[in-house]
Design a protein around this ligand. Sequence first.
Ligand code: NDP
Length: 483
Amino acid sequence: MQTIGNYINGEIVAPAGGAFLDNVEPATGQVYSQVPDSDERDVSAAIEAAQAAFATWSTTPAEKRCAALLRIADLLEANLEAFARAESVDTGKPITRARVLEIPRAVKNFRFFASAILHERSDLHVMDRDAINYTLRRPRGVCGLISPWNLPLYLLTWKVAPALAVGATAVAKPSELTPMTAHLLAQICMQAGLPPGVLNIVHGNGPRAGAALVADPRVSTISFTGGTRTGGDIARVAAPLLKKLSLELGGKNPTIVFADADPDAIDGSVQAAFSNQGQICLCGSRLFVEEAIYRAFVERFVEKTRQLRLGDPLDEATQQGALVSAAHRDKVESYVQLARAERGRILCGGHRPTDLSDRCGGGYFFEPTVIVDLPASCRVNQEEIFGPVVSIIPFVDERDVITAANGVPYGLSASIWTSNLSRAHRVADQLAAGTVWVNCWLVRDLRVPFGGTKQSGVGREGGDEALRFFTEPKNVCIRTPSN
Ligand code: NDP
């Protein structure tokens, strides 16, 4: 059984208290590795290392920081297969998804911010003839980066890359459920020659290791992705300490299909509902379909859902893997029971599969599930389930569907399917969401602002937004007397 360590000051070290947590493979339900159960001492040592490294890293020329991040990207790419396998085993996601999408995206995160830092623009404001202002952007010291289990390396590197690119140093706390690719990343950073302390990775429980990171006054900046409730807990601790906060939280995203949509809308909305077993914050779990096409659409949607191949995540043909944990599978299942109690009709799925291979017999699988006949206001249509469960709701009127789509506490993303361009613009403008896709879903350009409104979060990641988040602007005003 593999035992992993924390990455502190350039070395892999055991946790100070010597305690470890079991790490379970979701596809089998078996413990397969041991993860540090870190406490305040480990977090404190990591912060100390990051503080010490800041003096040098923050003044290292951008070209050198860029080169270090590119070396990490190259090594990640060279080890793509090992990373993909580790991610699949750790999370239960299909290996093809990890190989084709998520690990390549982690490579891109490093390359994108490595090059972005070379193309930074400075602001200059000239005041008639009296003075000029220029704005310096300086890295914000030690940053705490807390990431979830659903896209472990993809989301961790989405924070690490911009923080390091601007010259900040970091202490990262990945989800204890999925620590393995963060551990591999630590090894790559050592191989790439990243100076000790620039990036530190502390494993362990959120309420202990994560909370210690948030509460430590030496950490000026917290970038968090995870659940809305945890985001609130973090804000309660960080706000009185006046830390800069970015919170990327939950979603309950609408997919809206108008009667004039291209037939691609079916595949697109199946993908939006069930990618990564529905465990993506951007998944479209409420599917609104215009009444004129409702019956035929639902029939095709169910047919396509039934065709999704569920099975061993390490099997190349698998499209639906396991959910991340027994507790999460139980939560998803409880929502399906709630849907029945709320008088929803389950058109397909709704159960744990019974025909899995021997290896996966104890795994945390759940069938992709399609529910109809529930009102938009019921709990199943209001609360984040974060699993392979979609509720289909008919609508007749554009205005009504906008009201229903916006009628949840969340506002992360939405996707609209229509061939009417004017309607696409009109509806996109009125949806309360940080991202609106038209005739597509999850098309990601790393330059655009990414984040949510309402309970889906505060702040934006991506492109300039991320570079600005990890830096502090300082305006310098110089008087320029005309004579
Ligand atoms: P959690 O909020 O449970 O955990 C996220 C991270 O925070 C984990 O590393 C966790 O550690 C840590 N954590 C937990 N409690 C604390 C605390 N008190 N202080 C500091 N850190 C803490 O989310 P999940 O991991 O369950 O992820 C799923 C959620 O993430 C969903 O709601 C999903 O919508 C959201 N999400 C949002 C995205 C976005 O961009 N808006 C993207 C992806 C997911 P540990 O796991 O070890 O407890």
